[in-house]
Design a protein around this ligand. Structure first.
Ligand code: ASP
Length: 344
């Protein structure tokens, strides 16, 4: 298709504040067939915009991996009919869902743009209209060779387009709710949308879209903190029914140097669990060679998460563990940059 030809976009509404209205008893989702009366601006687009509504609509705090599967299957089914997809989603777990889709969709050559808002789209001061309209524009954008401008899973929010598996929600109330501290925006919207083409990942060859819907969710997250007890560390790191633990460490990947902690780590790795080190800091990366407290983790067999977000690490583990029974293979792939989720 040349860039002169018209795009067709599928708007997928999963729930969240953007599609809610005041009912007198709090915010409730509105019937999405009314979207044109809530956002008449959509009629100004000259291309086709179809919509698909999830049933039930959810507050994204209730998102489950089953919903990611439904979303991936839907995108796969509709892939040839549309040039891009816009997913309306609650902000609370948007970074988790965008991360998950980035690993679940393989060979993506079309945009999958998540957006939402802090205020319902029908409210006077809403941020939802700009987010929705610009997300559609990004999903439909083509370069001068007629290829999708952003063939990635991304989040459009408050004038910025962020790589989905790099983003994190940083503000519960401001319109400026998302950041990707370790990766510059893929695009920024002012009077024009400026794309950072050097950063956007374009497929090297055209392959059919494949989806990975087998997810293994046996992952726990342990945030180290002063005062953490041996019992808590033991329960998580040696817990049954847990195949992998994300250890959220201090600074550049440091944890407690006390022998009891290192012993539990060794025992956990020895028992076959995958331990992934992700920093609690918003920006920067894990370097387990810097301090003795980090070195001990490396020597025990903990895998470096580099500069991945916790949302990205969790999604990557779910997908890799769902694909591979061999933990050593999962560990090797965790250290590789698969979908732009780490900087190396
Ligand atoms: N709790 C809502 C959700 O994540 C908040 C929002 O939509 O922004 O679904």
């Amino acid at each position: 298709m040349s860039n002169k030809e018209k795009s067709a976009i599928l708007l997928i509404y999963t729930g969240g504040t953007i599609g809610m209205k005041e009912s007198g008893q709090g915010l409730v989702p509105f019937d999405f067939s009314q979207i044109l009366s809530e956002v008449p601006e959509l009629q100004k687009f000259t291309f086709k915009i179809d919509s698909y509504t999830f049933d039930p609509l959810i507050d994204s705090s209730d998102v489950e991996p089953a919903m990611w599967k439904e979303l991936s299957v839907l995108i796969k089914e509709k892939y040839d009919d549309y040039d891009g997809f816009v997913v309306l989603h609650g902000t609370d777990t948007m970074a988790y869902s965008a991360s998950a889709l980035s690993f679940m969709l393989d060979g993506l050559a079309k945009p999958v743009i998540f957006t939402g808002s802090q205020l319902p789209v029908g409210s006077l001061r809403t941020d939802g209209k700009e987010n929705l309209v610009s997300a559609i524009e990004v999903a439909a954008a083509k370069d001068d060779r007629g290829r999708a401008m952003v063939p990635e899973v991304a989040i459009y929010f408050n004038s910025q387009l962020l790589r989905g598996n790099r983003a994190t929600k940083v503000n519960a109330t401001a319109f400026d709710a998302f950041r990707s501290p370790n990766c510059p925006p893929l695009a920024e919207a002012g009077i024009r949308i400026r794309y950072n083409k050097a950063l956007i990942r374009y497929p090297s060859s055209v392959v059919p879209l494949a989806i990975h819907t087998r997810l293994d969710t046996r992952v726990a997250i342990l945030k180290v903190h002063p005062g953490i007890t041996e019992q808590v560390a033991r329960n998580v790191l040696l817990g049954s029914g847990i195949r992998a633990v994300i250890i959220e460490t201090y600074g550049s990947g440091n944890a407690i140097s006390k022998p009891w902690f290192t012993d539990i780590i060794r025992e956990s790795v020895g028992s076959g669990k995958i331990l992934l080190n992700i920093t609690q800091c918003l920006a920067g990366d894990v370097n387990m060679n810097l301090y003795a407290t980090g070195k001990a983790l490396k020597e025990a067999g903990v895998v470096s998460g580099s500069d991945i977000t916790t949302e990205g690490g969790l999604a990557k583990l779910f997908v890799l563990m769902g694909e591979y029974a061999d933990n050593e293979k999962v560990k090797r792939l965790l250290e590789k940059n698969l979908k732009g989720e780490i900087s190396k």
